[in-house]
Design a protein around this ligand. Structure first.
Ligand code: NAP
Length: 248
């Protein structure tokens, strides 16, 4: 897809992979809506993009709330005249053992990691269908292909995103010429571990940095760009992106 002048919505754009993707797309001439809950952070990201000559807007959005998502999409479409690209990226990973019964954290992961993706897709899809083109990128994970102890619920949510992406592609790619990409990164340097309330698992995750050279968020953003820049007849359906020294 030729990206200059296209419009993208990136959820979870206040930090990490989403912030890097927003900046990378803006550098290609894409008008970007950066969506998340922390508005001051979004405004910082927008300023950085504008300082680099790009076009972007901050959109306060809680992906768990369908009305908030619809309002954000409406604001983006009103400001930029349409939408061509959705990057479903907001997510969280509070690791813990199942037997510790952190049920609130399980529900939160289901709400953000699964229902958030469904809410954003539902709000954007009619716009893409009416244009007869577009691209939806879903951030799954290595945890959407493999299950790790302590990450059972997170893995369940990311397996759901891998499955949803494939089903979405099967239904809408041939019929509406809307491409779907499921990106499955390994370990990435971001704020993701900051939400781990279990001290043991948080240390275990942080200690991974001693043996694995984490990907940067920009590394992942560049693979998103690769999928978007493929010729229109090419759908990069899956991207499994790992640090070179992260074992399967
Ligand atoms: N880091 C990794 O190793 C890794 C590996 C594979 C996949 N992933 C996936 O990559 C995605 C991005 O994570 P990251 O690593 O970049 O971590 P991050 O820096 O913590 O980013 C997570 C983003 O999600 C947003 N978010 C959380 N809850 C939200 C909600 N209810 N509504 C809207 N936005 C919400 C956060 O913004 P606010 O708090 O401002 O709302 C933040 O911008 C996630 O889906 C994660 O599962 C990460």
């Amino acid at each position: 897809m030729k990206l200059n002048g296209k419009v993208a919505l990136v959820t979870g754009a206040s930090s990490g992979i989403g912030a890097a993707t927003a900046a990378t797309l803006a550098a290609q001439g894409v008008k970007v809506g950066l969506a998340a809950r922390r508005v001051p952070k979004l405004k910082e990201r927008v300023k950085e993009i504008e300082a680099a000559g790009g076009q972007a807007m901050a959109i306060e959005m809680d992906v768990v709330n369908p009305a908030s998502v619809r309002a954000g999409v409406d604001a983006l479409v009103k400001a930029y005249g349409g939408i061509d690209i959705l990057h479903n990226n907001a997510g969280l990973m509070p690791a813990s053992d199942i037997e510790t019964l952190k049920v609130d954290e399980w529900h939160r992961m289901v709400d953000v990691n699964i229902k958030g993706v469904l809410n954003s897709t539902a709000a954007v899809l009619p716009h893409l269908i009416s244009r007869g083109e577009g691209h939806i990128i879903n951030t799954s994970s290595i945890a959407g292909r493999k299950v790790f102890p302590g990450l059972s619920i997170y893995c369940a949510t990311k397996h759901a995103i891998t499955a949803f992406s494939e089903g979405l592609r099967l239904e809408i790619a041939p019929k509406h010429k809307i491409r779907v990409t499921c990106i499955q990164p390994g370990a990435v340097d971001s704020e993701l571990f900051e939400h781990i309330s279990d001290a043991g698992y948080r240390k275990q995750m942080e200690d991974l940095r001693e043996t694995i050279t984490f990907l940067s968020s920009k590394d992942v953003a560049d693979t998103v760009l690769f999928a978007l820049q493929a010729p229109p007849h090419v759908d990069v359906a899956e991207l499994f992106v790992l640090p070179i020294n992260q074992p399967w």
